[in-house]
Write a protein that binds this ligand. Structure first.
Ligand code: 2AM
Length: 175
């Protein structure tokens, strides 16, 4: 079994920028930083999947013709229950929730039921953040993310926490 999810994965230059421009914020949060290499936006979380189901998920992803879009990350938030500090977008471009919806629909044939909670695209920056009041650290300047691929990612849990590995990519080409 593998623990899998679909995600947007930043290219190295964007990943660097996301990491550098949020470093001060993360330090102030007192939480455990997400490693630069692990920054991402989850589109659909799958959980533990065996080889046959993984093949089904890959076939499902290949049926999509998602449109490309730019996600502008311009806001910082904190979820107390998850104790997570995250970067998000005040304006989510419609092709992103449309991608999550169509992927969820395509995955139904593989036996998945869609996540009932509303889709809140975000980049988790730090975990185990005990408390976050926002001030005095301002949000970083807006960071545009031109999304060009959908990725299937494996989450590998080790004693230091989860690390991620991109397994496959599909272009967002539209049409
Ligand atoms: P998070 O960053 O907000 O924790 C791998 O775990 C990725 O899938 C993370 O980005 C995580 O979001 C997301 N995810 C969504 N639903 C999840 C769930 N039920 N369990 C674990 N991770 C989940």
């Amino acid at each position: 079994m593998q623990r899998l999810f679909f995600a947007l994965w930043p290219e190295p230059a964007l990943r660097r920028r996301l990491f550098c421009e949020t470093r001060r914020l993360v330090r102030r949060s007192g939480g455990r930083p997400v490693a630069e290499a692990d920054l991402h936006v989850t589109v659909v979380f799958l959980g533990a999947v065996d080889a046959a189901r993984r093949a089904c998920c890959e076939a499902a992803a290949a049926t999509l013709r998602p449109a490309p879009f730019t996600l502008t990350l311009d806001t910082v938030g904190y979820w107390p229950r998850a104790r997570a500090l995250w970067l998000g977008a005040t304006q989510v471009p419609e092709p992103l929730p449309a991608l999550a919806r169509s992927l969820n629909e395509a995955l139904a044939v593989c036996g998945f039921t869609p996540e009932p909670r509303p889709f809140r695209p975000h980049v988790t920056l730090a975990r185990k953040v005990a408390q976050w009041k926002g001030a005095p650290a301002p949000a970083p300047a807006p960071i545009p993310w031109p999304a060009e691929t959908l990725c299937l990612v494996e989450s590998v849990t080790d004693p230091a926490g989860a690390r991620y590995r991109v397994l496959r990519r599909w272009p967002l080409a539209g049409g």
